[in-house]
Design a protein around this ligand. Structure first.
Ligand code: GDP
Length: 300
């Protein structure tokens, strides 16, 4: 997967690296070069804040000195890695409460269903008893797709008729999970942004219901974001981060994007750490987020 990620990642950031190398190799680093670096980082979608900090770190390490191409790449990867390492988090549903309840939020098409399916598969492989809950009761096709993932994973599956109350479903699901000693409950939720207020009300209602069983539930709320949609679309999805109590971010489709750098500003803008990355449509294409490895692949 890593090779694929590296290959798929960021034509733009690869270009950025090449530019940086062209500008910096074999010349003593000066302020004009640093300004140019900052521009390039912004162009590669890293966002102004990260660009400034990375430039500063890079400047500190290298100012007034010449460097080889390799050294420049290493410095750059290190500076980006430092930036991202602060925003890296761990997802381990088998380490906490039983049943461990995970809520998946995000707009339709972001990869929620796929991510949930991948996680269900990983957990059942590790011997966990998993319940998958189709909390988006409005999208019949999504319910079907989720069912396929659950069956393939060997997880139990719970759904309701189209249009049924999602919070009621969540209630019954957690009740069953308690009675039948499930380890993990994975709850998909609706992601139609057309009516944000209704959507957020529905989410909050699900959260309230879950807290009746356990004040700490949901133990994890994962916001699933599509890395290919660009910074503006991602900014809009902050609505989830603000309302739903997001505890972790999953960045999907990093295999297909020329703009992997977008992860940097997203990581900074969010209070929640990045926990997982999606690097393909297959069952094994979900990985823990590793800031150092990611920044190396970004720099190339
Ligand atoms: P949902 O509407 O949020 O539930 O999104 P889906 O899980 O149905 O995903 C939407 C599309 O994105 C599907 O075609 C998935 O196969 C695809 N997808 C999801 N995650 C990834 C990923 O990490 N990489 C790629 N290339 N495609 C993905």
């Amino acid at each position: 997967w890593f090779k694929r990620l590296t290959e798929g990642l960021s034509r733009s950031s690869r270009q950025m690296t090449e530019q940086v190398v062209t500008v910096f190799a074999k010349k003593p680093l000066d302020q004009a070069m640093l300004d140019e670096l900052e521009e390039m980082l912004i162009e590669a979608d890293l966002g102004p804040k990260a660009a400034a900090r990375i430039t500063e770190a890079f400047g500190k390490a290298r100012f007034g000195r010449e460097a080889s191409e390799q050294e420049i790449k290493e410095s750059l990867a290190e500076a980006i890695g430092d930036e991202l390492a602060q925003r890296q988090g761990e997802f381990d549903p088998l380490s906490g409460a039983r049943p461990y309840v995970v809520l998946f939020v995000g707009v339709n098409g972001s990869g929620k269903t796929t991510t949930l399916g991948k996680i269900a598969t990983d957990l059942t492989r590790r011997g966990a008893k998993v319940l998958v809950v189709a909390g988006d009761t409005f999208r019949a096709a999504a319910v079907e797709q989720l069912k396929v993932w659950a069956e393939r994973a060997g997880a139990s599956f719970m759904s309701r008729a189209t249009g049924a109350d999602a919070a009621g479903l969540a209630f019954d699901a957690v009740q069953m999970a308690r009675d039948e000693a499930y380890d993990v409950v994975l709850i998909d939720t609706a992601g139609r942004l057309q009516n944000k207020t209704a959507l957020m009300d529905e989410l909050l209602k699900i959260v309230r219901v879950l807290k009746k069983f356990d004040p700490d539930a949901p133990h994890e709320t994962l916001l699933v974001l599509d890395a290919t949609v660009g910074r503006n679309a991602l900014a809009q999805e902050n609505v989830f981060g603000n309302t739903a109590g997001v505890t972790g971010i999953v960045m999907t489709k990093l295999d297909g994007t020329a703009r992997g750098g977008v992860l940097v500003p997203v990581a900074q803008a969010s209070d929640a750490p990045i926990k997982l990355i999606g690097v393909g449509e297959g069952v094994d294409d979900l990985q823990p987020f590793d800031a150092r490895a990611f920044s190396r692949s970004l720099v190339g």
